[in-house]
Write a protein of this length. Sequence first.
Length: 368
Amino acid sequence: MTLQKITQNHRFDVCCRTGECMRDHPSDRVDVRSDTVTQPTAQMRAIMESASVGDDVLGDDLTVIELQNRVAKLFGKEAALFVASGTMSNAIAIRAHTVPGDEIICDKTAHIYKYEGGGYAALCGVSIALVNGVNGIMSPDSVALAIRKSEGSQGHYPNGSLVCVENTSNLGGGTCYPQQTLDEIAAVANKNGCKTHIDGARIFNAIIKTGIDAKRMTRDYDSVSICFSKGMGAPVGSVLVGSTEFIARAHRWRKMFGGGWRQAGILAQACLFTLDNNIQRMEQDHLRAKRIAAAIDSIDTFSVDLETVQTNMVYVTCEKPASKVVEELQEQGIDLFDLGPNSVRIVCHLHIDDEDEQRIIKAFSQLI
């Protein structure tokens, strides 16, 4: 099928570097369950077909190498590793930073703790110390209190060796860490002999929201996981960055976790496309989320903590059971998730346009 034919068959508006919204999705439903539902656009598919490929396990895939080098440079790190998913990237980072019996520190709502299948325990052999952050944002003092060291404990404590920060915070509502807080948490970790890792599944959203560049934001952190298959719009892939020594260890663990892949340049090419085309446009998702949040908050039977709507997510508190809200919205062509008995989540992304925004608002207003 030609690019022209693909364009005709999809609702297609070009998302260019100016940040205009794009709708290229073969469905009349409005899917705001997650930004993971994004699909490759016609432009992206065409570029993927042209990718130069090789055997990445043997280090021969030039497109993968280009992606790794570019992302490492963007984040100010020495090296990078292309992997299949954010969950794999986090698991590899934890395993490369720790030894079995260690303890990692993260917020109680962290994706590493809540939604990665207990991989920190099963794959890495570490326990976890949870911090009671505010809207997913940990304070430096709370991190300091959570770090336990085996030395001096007469063998009672595990060795706290890694602090993990999630930016943006998913269950926090898409909230962003202030730069000073990031810097101070890294300083606390360093003082206590801990390595530091950022789960940056949506770190480009944080970069756009705060205006702080990637290199500065992550300067004091030993590793960062960067996902390309959420708001960035690539079909698959995350990149783990860190020192040359760290990435060498990570490469070994990727292999042992079954993550070695061959002609991955087709996927890497999609990620390169997103770096050129889909970062600045995230601001449109953020503005759209704010408009949707304000409109829903004005409806008597719903409420939104507007202070937490910082990026592309809207968490809505419902008077009626959330499962019922999800069911009734599905009947109107709106798909979303319930995340608790009285809470639903809306995630804006590149497939949501002005028409979809109005459909969402209208659908909520009709739920009485």
